[in-house]
Unconditional design. Sequence first.
Length: 104
Amino acid sequence: MKTPNRYILRWQIAIQEFRGNMTIAHKEENIHKNADGLSRWSLANNPDNPAYVPLEEEPQIPIEEINITDIGTEFFEEVRESYKKDRNRHISTCCLDKDCKDKS
């Protein structure tokens, strides 16, 4: 047999004591319609598994800095007041009022 995958290797380890007394033939799913025991109940891929294959780890990228900004209502009041001084900014003021009312 070629290098077995971890499912078949698990079964080989389990039945080693019976080697020489039996023959195991694997039939593909389309030939053998019943449940295939070799493809069921897989073991977790961890160091306890005899067929353990370590996964490649992704490199960890350190976080250099985290900035959190909380803009208070004072900022929005200043923006509203500055827009009130400019007659062409009436639409922006209405939009800001609507946005602030929705958030509070």
